[in-house]
Ligand binder design. Structure first.
Ligand code: SAJ
Length: 419
């Protein structure tokens, strides 16, 4: 283990902060985890977890039992600080940095000469410099890289997280890491810290490039998914099977089209491109349009359901709209996870229920429906799906791929499962 960082403080114990804190603790570093949510702090101190991520529960149980990880509501003095708090956007798509500001103000009183502070939260370009400015406002007795360069008392870097939900514990260790120090000395300190467990390469750059790199990765994905989603709508008009089309085009050695779906979910790819658009609205035309294309896909799916219902009622004139039952396959934002946050599948299901339709949901990864859903939605098992009139496939869970067999004319397949 590297001797330089014996005790670190991780601010924000969510989907990134908690696995990061637990992984450092498992590699012998004493970790104080900090979260403003008293429930999360309590649960972690009992050796349990408040989020679902494969193998995280066992890891947290072990490191808490070994007293390597403990949680509390406010930061403590440490050798290094890692900020992993959310960076949401406001209603106008402008980034909201209030959690980073609050974290900086909570850390500032504890800073001592030689400390390293790493911002891991996905951030608009310039946020690391802003965080450094917040520190220097609170601590005129210390020097920071923006004033003192390599001589600064406090070292600051941006090292964005890039792990895939569902594979966080593996990717934390195996992924390459972008290290954006405010100076070369800051980068070297951050590399020394991550090398405690990172097996991938730690690649040095400056803080602004590191910020933009993370936003670029997710925008690249968003733009490419938008291309696939737009193709699916074009193909529907032209009576072409988009899944066959994509597979054929991808036989070209330099073409690699992503998969269309019901929209883009989660809290990264659907959010981060806006951070580029808000800084450079005149220039980021393609990135903005991709966001709009992906955000409008759920409405298109709902229109497809309405068309199928009209066809069904025409073929079954004895029935009325109140008799129609729609089965929705999947609620999660992507396959084989239970995460429903910003899920297009969940939004589509909710909107269909609000129109008075009877909805059956098949989501094998959850035990009960979220409390806020309308009462005309029922959670059923895959075995009971045949009772539905209309079948809407929203998530390509592995179990659907293996065992979903539909014998119906009334199928809307947003994931190409039936093909
Ligand atoms: N999706 C499609 N078609 C595709 C691929 C994805 O419709 O071909 C949809 C998914 O169904 C889902 C959404 O996109 O709704 C996002 O899923 P994802 O698996 O592509 O990505 P996330 O949001 O789970 O994680 C991303 C990752 N970024 C990249 O792959 C560039 C991850 O590495 C990041 O760490 C994470 O965002 C993050 O935290 O920013």
């Amino acid at each position: 283990m590297n001797n330089r960082f014996k005790h670190i403080c991780v601010i924000g114990l969510g989907y990134i902060g908690l696995p990061t804190a637990a992984t450092f603790a498992a590699h012998g570093v004493k970790v104080t985890g900090v979260d403003v949510n008293p429930y999360a702090v309590d649960v972690i101190n009992q050796g349990k977890v408040h989020i679902v991520e494969p193998d995280l529960d066992a890891l947290v149980r072990d490191v808490v039992a070994q007293q390597k990880l403990s949680a509390q509501l406010t930061p403590a003095a440490a050798d290094a600080y890692i900020v992993a708090v959310p960076t949401p956007f406001k209603d106008n798509h402008e980034p909201d940095l209030k959690y980073i500001e609050a974290a900086a103000k909570a850390i500032a009183p504890h800073l001592t000469k030689g400390n390293l502070v790493i911002l891991e939260s996905t951030s608009p370009v310039g946020t690391t410099e802003q965080m450094a400015a917040w520190f220097s406002e609170s601590r005129s007795d210390l020097t920071f890289p923006q004033q003192a360069g390599e001589e600064a008392d406090i070292l600051i870097a941006h090292c964005p997280e890039r792990v895939l939900p569902g594979k966080v514990l593996q990717e934390l260790i195996s992924n390459d890491r972008i290290i954006g120090g405010m100076t070369a000395r800051c980068s070297q300190a951050a590399i020394d810290l991550y090398k405690v467990f990172v097996k991938g390469d730690c690649i040095e750059t400056n803080a602004r490039t590191a910020e933009m790199c993370k936003l670029t990765e997710n925008s690249f994905r968003d733009v490419n998914i938008a291309f696939a989603n737009e193709l699916s709508i074009i193909c529907d008009k032209l009576d072409i099977n988009v899944w066959e089309l994509v597979a054929l085009a991808n036989r070209h050695p330099r073409v690699n089209i992503l998969q269309p779906g019901p929209g883009v979910g989660g809290h990264c790819i659907a959010v981060d491109p806006w951070f580029i658009v808000s800084k450079t609205p005149e220039q980021a035309r393609l990135i903005r349009t991709a966001r709009e294309v992906n955000d409008s896909k759920p409405e298109w799916v709902i229109d497809q359901v309405k068309i199928k219902i009209a066809e069904f009622l025409q073929a079954n004139p004895e029935k009325t709209i109140q008799d129609v039952t729609v089965a929705c396959y999947g609620l999660a934002f992507k396959p084989d996870i239970d995460d429903l946050r910003e899920s297009p599948a969940l939004n589509i299901t909710k909107k269909l229920a609000e129109q008075g339709l009877n909805i059956l949901v098949i989501e094998p990864n959850i035990q009960e429906l979220p409390a806020k859903l309308p009462s005309n939605i029922e959670l059923i098992t895959l075995n009971d799906h045949q009772q539905a009139d209309i079948h809407l496939i929203l998530v390509d869970h592995s179990c659907f791929k293996l065992s979903l067999r539909l014998n119906s004319e009334y199928i809307i397949d947003t994931r190409g499962l039936i093909k």
